[in-house]
Design a protein around this ligand. Structure first.
Ligand SMILES: N[C@@H](CCC(=O)N[C@@H](CS)C(=O)NCC(=O)O)C(=O)O
Length: 247
């Protein structure tokens, strides 16, 4: 079952009431990727009804403004995995596999009845390394699988310091401003919140600094390169924001 949220008080009440996993789905009614992910969310809630409390939040409804502000939601679809006040994970962009693996990872259902069809794109339950389980090799492998999925979590993905509404570094701030000015839609990941990703992605992409911008899972570069790309082609990244029509 999915609870359609009407205001922040409802979210707070639910978070206070449960010790378990709560998943927030922030969506916008007009966005096709959100419509797709709403269906995925429903399917996951039906498959794992007891794994979590599933909440859907219209990010553009004025009544939810304080919730989107609180959780710093600046692009949709956007999923947050919460336990009480703790944010366990955020999934930005339309990535069904990442969403599902998040549910399995944080609720433990995956270890009970994870379908054997799990592909290599689906990380194991220790993918974020937070549990400290497994040997070094497993962790190294897991972080690469995780990064591969993260860089293509949305057609355009920005790895930055801080969040778009609160950048923690001038370079990230400038890149966010540039993307906003060009009306590029993107998912983001705050590398300051996850040192494993922060250090891992430098090696993974052989790029030593942040911000890092990815287009369709491929590294474009940092601020200087993105600036240059826009100077050469004002429509750069435009294809990435076209509404995907896969069916
Ligand atoms: N000229 C670079 C500037 C980026 C940069 O120098 N970033 C530094 C400071 S914010 C960085 O990420 N250092 C590595 C780290 O902090 O992990 C660009 O075009 O993106």
């Amino acid at each position: 079952m999915i609870i359609q949220i009407k205001n922040e008080e409802e979210v707070t009440a639910i978070l206070n009431k449960t010790d378990g996993l709560v998943i927030l789905n922030f969506y916008a009614a007009w966005a096709e990727p959100c419509a797709r992910m709403n269906q995925v969310f429903e399917a996951i809630a039906a498959e794992y009804p007891d794994a979590a409390t599933y909440l859907s939040i219209d990010a553009e409804d004025e009544a939810n403004a304080s919730t989107t502000e609180k959780y710093d939601v600046s692009a949709v679809p956007y999923f947050l995995f919460l336990k009480g006040e703790a944010v366990l994970e955020q999934v930005s962009g339309a990535d069904p596999a990442l969403l599902k693996s998040g549910v399995e990872k944080h609720s433990g259902v995956g270890s009970l009845n994870l379908p054997a069809k799990q592909s290599t794109a689906n990380p194991s339950s220790t993918a974020n390394g937070a549990s400290g389980e497994g040997g070094d090799e497993g962790i190294v492998e897991d972080i690469n699988v995780r990064l591969e999925k993260l860089v293509s979590a949305a057609p355009v993905m920005l790895f930055m310091k801080g969040t778009p509404s609160q950048p923690q570094c001038g370079f990230s701030r400038q890149l966010v401003a540039l993307l906003r000015e060009r009306e590029v839609r993107y998912g983001f990941f705050n590398i300051l919140a996850d040192d494993e990703v922060r250090q891992g992605l430098k090696i993974f992409s052989d790029w030593p600094t942040y911000p890092q911008l990815y287009n369709e899972g491929i590294l474009v570069g940092g601020l200087d390169i993105v600036k240059e790309e826009f100077e050469n082609d004002p429509d750069f990244l435009r294809p990435g924001i076209a509404t995907p029509t896969t069916d």
